[in-house]
Design a protein around this ligand. Structure first.
Ligand code: ADP
Length: 270
């Protein structure tokens, strides 16, 4: 039927034949699209005033000598919160964009090791600011069939989390290690791992951290500039490329985020 969307559930029948059940999901799709567009529009509209607020506050802070200590402190707080709102709107826009069917991923064969190296390179600024140590572990040069920008986004979200939540109990910085290995069961995939040795995640939270806006420690996460959307975005991007994502963690010992991507069946040689 033109303009209609159906979901099909088919099951084989004993003795041959099959039953197929069609669900009309047209309405659900329309509602979801309206919601997505709304979120995208609101985030977009918030950008301009936010940029203006940030700009003016930064300019005021540049003239520190003319400010009283109280004014300086309040302006810094305004700047911190405006920056947070900026991140939130950016993340919401990314989320709305990737959830819409209009967002097309453009997969191509890319060596896993070059993706890891590029992501580590891209995070070097953040690493310097945080005194974190970012290491590259074992990495395969096998090619994955994936969208370059989407993988970069996933890797940088996970590395950023490793840095943010990677402090040990004595508040020392440990390491974040990124690696990539081939697996052959159940399918030929490359498994990327981002491991930290920091605070870890308690078992009861582990199943929920990939949900939108879910944060283990809301106050702390807010303090560190988190929006609670990073892992939801990562999951979406991995699954849209035929992979899976999961986390293993032990409280106060650290966490490992593992995501897989399909191996390129027709690798590029040059
Ligand atoms: P946020 O912007 O809050 O970091 P994420 O979606 O990236 O949002 O992560 C969701 C929550 O999962 C975080 O608030 C944090 O509680 C937990 N989390 C994510 N990564 C780690 C990690 N490497 N170590 C410990 N906790 C983590």
């Amino acid at each position: 039927l033109p303009g209609k969307t159906f979901e099909i559930n088919a099951s084989p029948m004993p003795g041959g034949g099959a039953v197929a059940v069609l669900h009309d999901v047209t309405r659900i799709e329309q509602v979801e699209r309206t919601q997505r567009d709304f979120v995208a529009n609101v985030s977009h509209e918030l950008r301009t005033p936010l940029t203006s607020i940030t700009g003016y506050v930064e300019t005021l802070l540049d003239h520190e000598e003319s400010l009283t200590p109280v004014a300086r402190e309040f302006l810094s707080t305004i700047l911190k919160n405006a920056t947070r709102m900026n991140r939130l709107t950016e993340d919401l826009l990314v989320m709305a964009r990737i959830e819409s069917t209009e967002q097309k991923l453009q997969p191509s064969p890319i060596p896993a090791d070059s993706l890891v190296r590029e992501a580590i390179e891209a995070m070097s600024g953040l690493v310097q600011d945080s005194e974190a140590v970012l290491e590259i572990g074992e990495v395969t040069s096998r090619q994955v069939f994936a969208d370059h920008d989407a993988v970069m986004q996933v890797l940088s979200n996970l590395i950023e989390n490793g840095i943010k939540y990677g402090r040990t109990r004595s508040n020392e910085f440990s390491r974040v290690v990124v690696s990539a290995n081939e697996i052959s069961e159940p399918y030929e995939m490359v498994e990327f791992r981002v491991r930290d040795f920091g605070q870890g995640i308690a078992f009861e939270h582990l199943g929920r951290i990939f949900e939108r806006f879910y944060r283990v420690d809301k106050a702390r996460s807010r303090e560190s500039g988190g929006t609670g959307l990073g892992l939801a975005i990562a999951r979406h991007m991995v699954e849209a490329q035929g992979g899976t994502i999961r986390a293993e963690s032990e409280l106060h010992r650290g966490s490992t985020f593992i995501f897989s991507l399909p191996v390129a069946q027709y690798p590029v040689t040059n």
